[in-house]
Write a protein that binds this ligand. Structure first.
Ligand code: B12
Ligand code: SF4
Length: 442
């Protein structure tokens, strides 16, 4: 019982873009299983760097880009949505060749992402079962953790593992595989040697977040906020630079800048001292409260190329009621600090949410005006519902959603349709408006 096949599955969605999307958790499990002498094979159904499709998919300057896709029929619960729906990732014939090339596994371990991507899991599981009908498929990751009961409704998944904490995941896996998995003392790096391209990678310097925003699932993955030792992180970055020639590193942290003096500043000092030259990116929004002059300067020196700030809304009441992670004053100060160390408006990306519960279009437009006046680059983020959050409970209580809402409706592209104020057409108009404003930002 030693052959394990690891799977990063196809995605089904209205839109998908590779913004440093790496199967981080699965690749850590790969390292752990290798250390326990399992034979690992890996198929990345989302691989944009597969030699057969590499030329068809373009990369931006920092290793992000579109996936290969083909249109498919919409699943029943969202069949009336007027937008094309696609499956993203390797074309089937290429995936089939990959599957034929791997040794017969004893177990298949598949990861999962957004809750509304479950059709992609079913597609992938069915596809794998055609070749390996008797091999059990184990599912873990984000969807599996948020909706373990829903997994039972999927065809082809035999076991589910929940949680984000590696030792607990390991314990559950040991029971399923019927063999003890030993857990090393040191931090386990993801096994990036399994990827076709390692020029852009991701890193996680902490787990969890000290805040508890009403729309966010962070606490459902990690109850406590834990930061790793800065020296270890510098070593990890150095390891990736030396072994994988990485050029771009994106942080997956929920709260990268908290305790800056004891965490991100020593990390960046270490990187600078060792002369490690990489570009850093923060696709997950940063907490502006912590961006004082000193930190802004450090981010600039250490080569943070994409600095993305979480603002979400300009409405002070909503800022407070959703968790109080930012105020408008703090936001202004952070932007001033970033500009004072040389960041241009174009380099400062800001997330502004559309379609939050009870939000109207005016609030979004006010936010757009405010941000545009500060001369920063606006990214509209459509609201996605995360199950078991404060928001979900409130929306259920108010009768805006039913308890049997299909997870397909968690999708940020369409969740706003559940509320009256935001049709797809109005959101498109807001996006076009923001694009026209962003073009003026230098
Ligand atoms: C990084 C991140 C992003 C990045 C990269 C996205 C990506 N798709 O990879 C960016 C910034 C682009 C992003 C965007 C969005 N995100 Co996001 N994101 C995250 C974040 C912080 C980490 C996700 C991640 O990959 N973690 C790595 C995980 C898998 O590793 P891990 O937990 O350590 O893994 C352990 C276990 O899961 C397990 N495991 C994992 N796989 C497997 C497999 C097996 C077999 C086993 C046994 C175990 C196992 O073992 C590991 C042991 O350590 C999470 C929040 C969080 N803290 O998790 C939100 C999160 C997933 N995102 C979320 C949302 C809402 C979004 C957006 C919709 C936001 C928006 N409105 O635009 C977009 C969607 C974009 C898209 N289409 O992908 C929600 C989920 C919503 C949902 N309904 O599912 C989350 C949960 C945050 C939240 N708000 O609560 N996101
Ligand atoms: S600050 Fe960010 S990561 Fe933390 S709870 Fe709020 S939204 Fe989630």
């Amino acid at each position: 019982m030693n052959n394990i096949l690891l799977i990063n599955p196809w995605i089904c969605d209205f839109a998908a873009y590779d913004l440093w999307m790496r199967p981080f958790g699965l690749l850590r499990i790969a390292s752990l299983l290798k250390a326990n002498r399992y034979n690992i094979s890996y198929i990345d159904f989302l691989n944009r760097y597969h030699p057969k499709i590499k030329k068809l998919v373009k990369n931006d300057d920092f290793g992000c880009g579109k996936f290969y896709k083909r249109h498919i029929q919409k699943p029943e619960p969202i069949k009336d949505v007027e937008r094309p729906y696609s499956i993203y990732g390797l074309p089937e014939e290429i995936a089939l060749k990959e599957v034929k090339n791997v040794p017969k596994p004893d177990f298949i371990l598949m990861t999962s992402g957004m809750t509304y991507w479950y059709p992609g899991l079913e597609y992938t599981a069915r596809f794998l079962k055609k070749r390996f009908p008797d091999v059990p498929i184990v599912l873990g990751g984000i969807y599996a953790t948020l909706l373990p009961e829903h997994v039972k409704s999927l065809e082809g998944i035999d076991y589910v593992v929940t949680g984000s904490d590696l030792p607990s995941v390991c314990l559950q896996l040991s029971l399923i595989l019927g063999k003890d998995i030993k857990f090393p003392e040191c931090y386990i790096y993801p096994d990036y040697s399994l990827l076709s391209d390692t020029s852009s990678l991701v890193i996680e310097t902490s787990k969890g977040c000290p805040f508890n925003c009403s729309y966010c699932g962070s606490k459902l993955f990690n109850k406590r906020f834990i930061q790793r030792n800065p020296e270890e992180i510098v070593d990890e970055i150095e390891f990736y630079r030396e072994n994988y020639k990485v050029k771009d590193i994106a942080f997956y942290d929920d709260a990268l800048l908290v305790n800056a003096d004891k965490h991100i500043i020593p990390i960046l000092d270490g990187v600078l001292k060792k002369g490690i030259s990489v570009n850093f990116h923060t696709p997950n929004g940063l907490h502006v409260r912590f961006i004082d002059k000193k930190l802004a300067k450090k981010l600039k020196e250490a080569n943070f190329k994409t600095v993305t700030l979480s603002f979400e809304t300009v409405n002070p009441l909503r800022q407070r009621n959703t968790g109080g992670k930012v105020t408008t004053e703090e936001f202004k100060t952070a932007v001033e600090n970033l500009k004072s160390v040389g960041y241009s408006g174009k380099e400062i990306g800001v997330y502004l949410m559309v379609g939050m519960p009870h939000q109207d279009e005016k609030e979004v437009r006010d936010g757009i005006e405010f941000l545009h006046n500060l001369k920063v680059h606006i990214t509209l983020v459509t609201y996605s519902l995360v199950p078991n959050t404060i928001d979900e409970k409130m929306l259920k209580k108010e009768g805006i959603i039913n308890s049997d809402l299909d997870p397909l409706w968690h999708n940020d592209t369409i969740f706003s349709l559940i509320q009256d104020d935001f049709s797809l057409k109005r959101i498109k108009a807001l996006r076009d408006y923001v694009s026209s404003l962003n073009r003026k930002i230098v």
